[in-house]
Write a protein that binds this ligand. Structure first.
Ligand code: SAJ
Length: 412
């Protein structure tokens, strides 16, 4: 089948770059989002999220008339669903946005269409999606009903791009294509091969779902190992950074970096989807999550001990983002730690975050000040490195000589 018109449902961190890249290959792309504001922004050729170079690509495809955004789904040859799958407060996956997306596209589905779920999802979600579509459209057939003869093809193709490198990784990374049948996989592969340079590897939908969760759980477990080592090393008075460097000289050892905790919208969330599906079996995965979630408290206690040395502790918090060289403060352990310093009145706080212009309200209200790096290094008596932004790596060691330094990222 030849694809002419592709619809992307959800124009966030994954959907918008995907829509823009497909449009840049000459396809007509209809982006659908529930946010009227996002739709208007995109139709003006602008973007509502931060990702390097995305603004240029979106401007160009909108100007060429290849990408158009709307709140109301339209007919298309293929539908890519890239909506959020957040976690509830009790660590359960919330797949209601996928259900809403299914109900939104169901009325415009036509015989021969392909529906792809890109959102990171608990095992079994693609089958649920196909079921929701089937219930809404009893006049069409779906893979769970008629197998290869189905009118509508359904597949799970999880996104795996790294924030900050989305445009490169969208094209370069291998893709896992989990069709509900072999024909579903083949059709989805044909679509991805139009813009992916990496290999497209086919499997079934459940394995594709689990594969995505496994990648992020693997990283979380490895970081938990590093974070646990860092807490052991604090107790045993060993430099964890030197230790890991030495251990990693072994040809079969590759330990990731400890830090102030694990943030972002993926690594700290997706492992819970596995725990929720197999609570008895997923012991290591749950434990890793708990270790990483406990790390900010360990850092806070170190800051408190350091601050106790001063009559008037003046603490410079370097970095608020969830990782280096981005402006994304959501789910950030650095932000949490800074907030706790203020709430627990451990000391006065100067924040340096080169990637933002204004402090979040909850920090400003509590008296934190956003200052330039030089001012913080000049005035503070305690320096806490929370994010390894490039600006902080350049700080010369003699500027830190007279300070109490807590380096959670091993920069210096
Ligand atoms: N972190 C450490 N130590 C490390 C590496 C990371 O503490 O050695 C921390 C970071 O500071 C950050 C958190 O982990 O707080 C997550 O950062 P990350 O760079 O590991 O990952 P994300 O969340 O930005 O993106 C991940 C990626 N997954 C993997 O590398 C297996 C990406 O490829 C996925 O597409 C993305 O999750 C996603 O959308 O699921």
């Amino acid at each position: 089948m030849e694809f002419k018109k592709i619809s992307v449902i959800g124009l966030g961190y994954i959907g918008l770059p995907t829509a823009a890249v497909i449009a840049s290959r000459g396809f007509e792309v209809i982006g659908v989002d529930v946010s009227q504001k996002a739709v208007e922004t995109i139709n003006q050729g602008n973007i509502h999220i931060v990702e390097p170079d995305l603004d240029i690509v979106v401007k160009s495809v909108v100007t060429m008339g290849k990408l158009r955004a709307t709140t109301i789904p339209e007919k298309a040859d293929a539908f890519l669903i890239a909506v959020p799958t957040p976690l509830t407060s009790t660590h359960q996956p919330d797949i209601s946005y996928i259900e809403q997306a299914a109900l939104a596209i169901a009325p415009v589905l036509e015989n021969g269409n392909l529906v792809i779920l890109e959102s990171t999802s608990p095992v079994g979600t693609t089958e649920k999606l196909a079921e929701w579509l089937a219930q809404a459209r009893p006049d069409l057939t779906f893979p769970q009903q008629t197998g290869e003869k189905a009118n509508i093809k359904v597949a799970h193709c999880p996104e795996r791009v790294l924030p900050g490198y989305v445009l490169q990784e969208l094209v370069a990374n291998d893709r896992i294509i989990g069709g509900m049948t072999a024909k579903c996989s083949a059709l989805a592969t044909a679509l991805y091969q139009t813009f992916v340079r990496g290999e497209c590897i086919t499997t079934n939908a459940r394995t594709a779902e689990m594969s995505k969760l496994t990648e992020n759980a693997f990283r979380d477990v490895n970081i938990a190992f590093a974070n646990e080592l860092s807490m052991i090393c604090d107790k045993l008075k060993i430099d964890v950074w030197e230790l890991i460097k030495l251990a990693n000289r072994h040809p079969r050892v590759n330990i990731l970096k400890p830090g102030p905790g694990v943030g972002g919208h993926c690594i700290a969330i997706d492992p819970w989807f596995i725990v929720d599906s197999a609570p008895e079996e997923a012991r290591l995965i749950r434990n890793a999550r708990e270790i990483n979630d406990s790390k900010p408290n360990h850092v806070l206690e170190k800051i408190r001990t350091a601050a106790d040395e001063f009559k008037r502790p003046l603490i410079a918090c370097l970095g608020l983002a969830f990782k280096a060289d981005i402006d994304d403060l959501r789910e950030s352990p650095a932000l949490d730690i800074t907030q706790q310093i203020l709430e627990q009145r451990i000391g006065e706080v100067l924040v340096v975050e080169p990637n933002i212009k204004k402090l979040p309200k909850k920090l400003a209200e509590k008296g934190a000040k956003l200052v330039k790096l030089d001012e913080a290094l000049e005035r503070a008596n305690t320096i806490v490195a929370l994010v390894d932004h490039k600006e902080f790596k350049k700080i010369s060691p003699n500027r830190l000589n007279t300070k109490v330094v807590i380096d959670t990222r091993g920069i210096w």
